[in-house]
Design a binder for this molecule. Structure first.
Ligand code: FES
Length: 82
């Protein structure tokens, strides 16, 4: 569909508006916006939204990225547990 982007978040197909950040897509995916878990298993989520706090780290197509600084791309594979 025009104006939309499809990606996978932890294997789940998610469609978002073109230009949406991965951090926003995490919310759309109904994952409560959780980007990763701490060493003790606590959920970590985007906090600053501007690339400073590092709380939104995810793996995108095998590379560690900041979800708040990454725009969704067609076919992107996002892993929050890696
Ligand atoms: S939300 Fe803080 S670096 Fe992404």
């Amino acid at each position: 569909m025009s104006g939309q982007t499809s990606l996978h978040i932890d294997g789940r197909l998610v469609r978002v508006k073109a230009g949406t950040s991965v951090a926003a897509a995490l919310r759309v995916a109904d994952s409560m916006g959780v980007a990763r878990t701490s060493i003790s298993g606590q959920p970590r989520a985007p906090f600053c939204g501007m690339g400073v706090c590092q709380e939104c780290r995810v793996r995108v197509d095998g590379r560690r990225m900041l979800a708040c600084q990454t725009v969704c791309a067609e076919g992107m594979q996002v892993e929050t547990t890696a």
